[in-house]
Ligand binder design. Structure first.
Ligand code: ADP
Ligand code: ASP
Ligand code: MG
Length: 374
């Protein structure tokens, strides 16, 4: 039987009615003759409120305990969904990440997956049971519960799809696919039917939370086409794949990372700059400037001495061209928005700007690049 992995995000399971709706959709998929694995996130807002609660006790709670705490969120939604499925007569069992053999390194709150040992999951599928898995979590080589970084349920879904050689991996959420910009910021944003892994990863890196960058990179390495769509209807959404089959637009989409900082890292090529960059590690989004005045744009907030900024990224086959760069800078200048750093690569351009300009400039740039849609 074909194996289908579906992932439902937090807002898709945040009340009883939505859990029942998801259960009905999953039961139907099972009835159509598929083996089904469902990955669920914590109910919307739960992870944030658990983290805030811990921080009312101490500003820096132990990372290990934070992992123990937030994984409770996914446990609630996975068990509720399994209860709902069984109540509909569709046999289901819920498992934690640890129970389905997601083995990670020991980095609490942002662990990397090292291996998947899905024996228990496979034997349940063989019995015809739907398996519901708590997303965003695993167990470390030291046998501790770990989590995979915010938005990590996407990673769980992709990694399980690869381990099970699934026929489909569907990321189902509160929008009906990936759009040319966040539809909550740009009303006229249009659905992108097919998008390259690279472009999608770049959008995700610069704030498009609809997919987690790590999940996209993993899907790319494993050659898994990701379908992104609505959790409440079955109309086709977006496919993330190696190469779109239809001609791409010169600019495919844009994204906004609201909370970032611009930090001075010293002279390019100096050991001081290298050290500074290494200390920001995976938070670095781009490095810009010349010789003495190199700056790094990092996805961190509240750094002492740093300038708070937002970052906007534009991607597509022509996004790295001089014309696109000129259009981005020109649009900002027409609006009166100061741009404090720019970086461009083959298929992308990114700029840093004062935070209050983030949303208005995304809207203006969308109008400029998608005048037929804004
Ligand atoms: P989930 O809880 O299902 O994982 P997320 O909140 O992580 O959902 O991701 C869905 C959200 O991503 C949407 O509600 C939307 O506001 C945001 N988003 C940002 N950029 C885009 C984009 N380009 N296309 C679609 N959604 C986007
Ligand atoms: N619940 C986790 C979070 O809020 C994981 C996820 O939603 O994917 O980040
Ligand atoms: Mg998400």
């Amino acid at each position: 039987m074909p194996i289908v992995v579906q992932k439902y995000g937090g807002t898709s399971v945040d009340c009883r009615d939505k859990v029942m709706q998801v259960a009905a959709r999953v039961a139907q998929l099972r009835q159509e003759g598929n083996d089904v694995v469902v990955v669920v996130s914590a109910q919307g807002g739960t992870t944030d409120s658990l983290l805030s609660e811990a921080r009312t006790i101490t500003p820096e709670p132990a990372q290990r305990e934070l992992d123990m705490l937030v994984t409770a969120g996914e446990r609630i939604s996975m068990s509720l969904l399994a209860i709902a499925l069984n109540s509909l007569g569709c046999r289901a069992v819920s498992f934690t990440g640890s129970q389905v053999g997601i083995i990670t390194d020991t980095r609490h709150t942002d662990a990397r997956i090292l291996e998947v040992r899905p024996h228990r999951l496979v034997s349940e599928l063989e019995k015809g049971t739907v398996v519901v898995v708590g997303g965003f979590q695993g167990v470390s080589t030291e046998k501790e519960v770990t989590t995979l970084g915010r938005g990590g349920s996407d990673t769980t879904a992709v990694v399980l799809a690869a381990a099970l050689n699934a026929e489909r991996c569907e990321i189902l959420t509160d929008v009906n696919g990936v759009h040319t910009a966040d539809p909550r910021i740009v009303k006229g944003a249009g659905l992108i039917e097919e998008i390259r892994y690279d472009d999608m990863a770049e959008l995700a890196r610069f704030g498009a939370t609809v997919l987690k960058e790590e999940a996209i990179r993993f899907a790319e390495r494993e050659g898994i086409a990701l379908a992104v769509g609505s959790s409440t209807d079955t109309t086709p959404g977006t496919i993330v794949l190696e190469k779109p089959r239809t001609p791409e637009r010169p600019v495919v989409g844009l994204s906004l990372l609201r909370e970032a900082s611009l930090v001075e890292v010293g002279a390019a090529g100096s050991s001081g700059a290298a050290e500074a960059l290494a200390s920001y590690g995976p938070a670095v989004r781009f490095v810009a400037g010349r010789s003495e005045a190199t700056v790094a744009a990092v996805e961190l907030d509240g750094l002492p001495g740093a300038r708070p900024v937002s970052l906007i990224c534009v991607v597509g086959p022509e996004a790295g061209s001089g014309e696109t760069l000129a259009a981005v800078v020109g649009t900002a200048s027409e609006a009166g928005c100061p741009v404090s750093a720019i970086s461009s690569s083959a298929r992308a351009v990114a700029v840093a700007l004062p935070r209050r300009w983030g949303e208005p400039l995304v809207q203006d740039l969308h109008a400029r690049f998608f005048s037929d849609r804004s």
